[in-house]
Design a binder for this molecule. Structure first.
Ligand SMILES: [Zn+2]
Length: 196
């Protein structure tokens, strides 16, 4: 089965890649996100690690009202509502496949930003059959445990919303990552190298 995986360069998609890298093409989107360079580098490193082809796509997104940056709310980088729906639709048009895989976790269903998108794609997955859109349904800590079990190079991933050379350790994404590794009892090698 030919799969296309949305590879953001974060933890969720990295573990998804570790699960299904055979006969898989990865797609990475640059859309003006604050950590665009870091996320693209992470996607490149992850796809090189698994020897999968990486399609890099750059699409413009409009700034939100009152914000200069397309992915900011005010002056803070945040999740973009509906972002994954845009990426999935774009990917399906770009690359025909039997299956589209999107890394996610249960926490995404509880936060408002991605909630509707994930519910919608999950409903499509359940109702319409192929092309399948597969969404992981695990807690973030379980995702870390699975990544550890599969030997996923989680140290290559990027989670921070900001585009500084090193993760800030304070944004919502950094905090979520730290909590997941702590709950899983796994050492975050990204943080070890970042603090060195
Ligand atoms: Zn951060």
């Amino acid at each position: 089965m030919k799969s296309v995986l949305l590879l953001s360069g974060g933890l969720d998609s990295a573990v998804a890649l570790a699960e299904c890298h055979d006969d898989t093409i990865a797609v990475h989107f640059s859309y003006g996100q604050t950590a665009e360079r870091q996320e693209r580098q992470a996607a490149q490193a992850l796809s090189a690690h698994y020897g999968v082809t990486l399609e890099e796509v750059s699409i413009p997104m409009f700034p939100r009202p009152g914000s200069k940056c397309p992915v900011h709310v005010g002056d803070k980088p945040e999740n973009v509502p509906g972002r994954n729906m845009i990426f999935l639709a774009y990917t399906e048009s770009l690359l025909p496949a039997d299956e589209y895989v999107m890394g996610a976790h249960l926490g995404d269903l509880r936060n408002g930003c991605q909630c509707r998108t994930l519910k919608l794609v999950t409903a499509q997955w359940l109702l319409t059959g192929p092309p399948v859109i597969r969404v992981q349904m695990r807690t973030k800590a379980d995702l870390v445990r699975l990544g550890n079990l599969l030997g996923a190079p989680m140290e290559l991933t990027w989670s921070c919303y900001w585009g500084d050379p090193r993760p800030c350790g304070a944004c919502a994404s950094c905090e979520e990552r730290a909590a997941a590794f702590a709950e899983a009892g796994v050492l975050d090698q990204e943080r070890v190298s970042a603090s060195g």
